[in-house]
Design a protein around this ligand. Sequence first.
Ligand code: 13P
Length: 248
Amino acid sequence: MRIPLIAGNWKMHTIRSEAETLARAVVQACEGLQDREVMIAPPFTALATVAATVAGAKVALGAQNVAWEAKGAFTGEIAPPMLLDIGCRYAIVGHSERRQIFGETDALINRRLTGALAHGLTPVLCVGETLDEREAGQTLAVLERQVRAGLAGTTAENPVVIAYEPVWAIGTGKTATSAQAQEAHAFIRNLLAELHGQESADRTRILYGGSVKPSNVDELMAQPDIDGALVGGAALDGESFARIIHFQ
Ligand code: 13P
């Protein structure tokens, strides 16, 4: 009942010419794709270029972050209507790099998420524990705090995607084992059921992110509660991302 979603987070990579080449490769990889969805989130400066490249293809566009107000004095921020105007359907919020490098708090991330929803964007809420937190046995407590705070004020009717991205697995080559990922995903789904009811929890896609590659995607996607992937490094290589899209 959940259509898998393979998403590429390009982070702070690609000038427009590179973005266009990569987007073309994604369009090609998505030809004839039936049973899964694909989303790419280029940097803001490449959104217009990528939107033009993927026009008419089955590739959704996402932003890597989003503000909550429609407009105003928010230097450096991008408003939801601006993203909708350029063709975005999704917006990533709460990525661990936003939390760790830029000090974004659960409360701020919640404002971004509810702002995105209010304007008709589907937020992709990223959650995940650090290595210290995992070693201290706090993984599930951290996930619970981040999911509860991130989704505060939302209802079962709000479309959201959750991405479980253990911080220690991002860009390190260390993937969570499929069992570790499945445990976290099942925990998040149970929490969603508690918050918004079982039907909403069954409908909500929970993506795994953290060193997803062609060599591990099949095993990850075979887990019952893993509904897709949020891919960083391997999404910058057209061939690797194509293979991930075509997970078995
Ligand atoms: P990597 O795939 O490079 O580990 O990055 C994961 C990520 O942060 C996606 O948002």
